[in-house]
Design a binder for this molecule. Structure first.
Ligand code: AMP
Ligand code: MG
Length: 411
């Protein structure tokens, strides 16, 4: 028996095999959660003009400690108020020596302003203002272009667009955005024993959980889901659904990839022109995972995920998510794992690399994680109180409280 493919090598193969999806132009209001297809270079300066960051008075900082403008007691300057400027207005005059202009947050600075004194540090007395605070040049103002200049790089291709990136695009005046097409993912559950969730299973039957699971994972990863229902374990039922699924960018099947007599998925995929890239990876759960490619102008990546729900889930998190990120151009395609300290002594050990359902919490000074009691790959319930998984390398030594561990957060 040749040695089993290890997880890291399998992930590399997925990255190498996956193509890049075409781009499309989408209005700014619809690009939340999409992935930028091109770098965005700023055409504007930010801020676009010198402006006040506080409500107060625009002054020349050097006047504040000048004996010429002393306001009676020490550290108080008395300045002549020569105007007011509101946000959205343009000042009609500058600030000369001994003068102040009342100014609102966001208003353009009058020429000559070197500082803004906040209103709380002043007392108004007719057309004079008493300034009780000695502020330095540059206080409470920002200069044009201090944040960004025209030509500066604003966002890089491959960026996942979250609200703050949308706001950044809005500031630049970018109202239509080149993003990667959403991956279209077909999901096919296979198994003679499966019934849909709304049916009561008969003897020997179980409800199809994986279609719901994988659809949720795919949606969270930014995909458009095409459910293909349940296929019985016959080539006759598998073939037409596989043909349908191959019209998508990704086809996910669950079940039928192990060593059972009715595990017909690899054979059915081969008949449909899908080339096997790998089958079986050294991991627990998920060892029978199958990966292939239907090449062509519109290629389709195909994953045969083992039927046990936790196996399907773990294989999605590792392999399918990597494929999706590569299709979308997110770098790095392989989500880097995190490090967390063991919250308690762990008893789990195995001679196989294991991804164990776990609760990961972000505490100071470091993330901590603990396993959730788990009966193995069919135990979906363990995942209900988990938010990730701990990677246990093959070992005979149990992990002690405080030991660093490799963890993968889900979603
Ligand atoms: P298989 O990979 O087809 O050998 O299935 C392995 C185990 O997972 C069996 O106990 C199946 O009944 C179960 N299983 C397969 N597909 C599903 C599914 N879609 N939902 C829930 N359990 C499944
Ligand atoms: Mg089966």
């Amino acid at each position: 028996m040749p040695p089993l493919l290890d997880v890291a090598s399998a992930l590399e193969i997925v990255v190498r095999t996956a193509h890049r999806l075409p781009e499309e132009v989408v209005p700014l209001g619809d690009v939340l959660g999409r992935v930028l297809a091109r770098d965005v270079v700023s055409r504007v300066a930010s801020p676009p003009f010198d402006k006040a960051l506080m409500d107060g008075y625009a002054v020349r900082a050097e006047d504040l400690d000048s004996p010429e403008y002393q306001g009676g007691s020490s550290n108080v300057a008395s300045l002549k108020v020569v105007g007011t400027v509101y946000a959205g207005q343009v000042p009609d005059r500058g600030v000369e020596a001994g003068e102040a202009v009342q100014i609102m947050t966001g208003a353009p600075l009058p020429v000559g302003t070197t500082a803004v004194v906040k209103v709380e540090s002043t007392t108004r007395d007719g057309d004079m203002v008493l300034v009780h605070e000695l502020v330095r040049a540059g206080a409470n103002l920002i200069r044009q272009g201090a944040v960004m200049q025209p030509g500066d790089s604003a966002l890089a291709a491959g960026t996942l667009l979250m609200p703050q990136q949308l706001a950044g695009l809005a500031e630049l005046g970018v109202t239509s955005v080149a993003v990667r097409r959403r991956p279209r993912v077909a999901i096919l559950a296979t198994g003679d024993e499966l019934v849909p969730p709304d049916q009561t299973p008969g003897p020997g039957q179980i409800r199809n959980t994986n279609a719901t699971l994988l659809a949720g994972q795919a949606r969270l990863a930014g995909c458009e889901v095409h459910p293909l229902g349940i296929a019985r374990d016959t080539l006759g039922e598998l073939a037409p659904r596989i043909v349908e699924g191959l019209k998508c960018d990704l086809l996910l099947l669950t079940g039928g990839v192990s060593a059972g007599l009715l595990d017909l998925v690899p054979q059915a995929l081969a008949s449909a022109g899908v080339q096997q890239v790998f089958h079986n990876v050294d991991m627990k759960p998920g060892k029978p995972v199958w990966f292939g490619l239907r090449p062509g102008a519109e290629p389709c990546l195909v994953f045969g995920l083992p039927g046990n729900p936790v196996s399907s889930m773990v294989c999605f998190e590792l392999f399918v998510k990597t494929a999706i990120r590569q299709l979308l151009g997110i770098a790095p395609a392989v989500v880097p794992p995190l490090t967390a300290m063991a919250a308690v002594d762990e008893t789990y050990t195995s001679d196989r690399p294991t991804f164990h359902p776990a609760l990961i919490e972000f505490h100071s000074p470091s993330a901590i994680a603990r396993t959730i009691p788990w009966q193995g790959s069919s135990d979906l319930k363990a995942t209900l109180s988990a938010n990730g998984m701990i990677y246990f390398p093959p070992s005979t030594q149990p992990v002690k409280q405080g030991d660093p561990m490799i963890v993968h957060k889900w979603n």
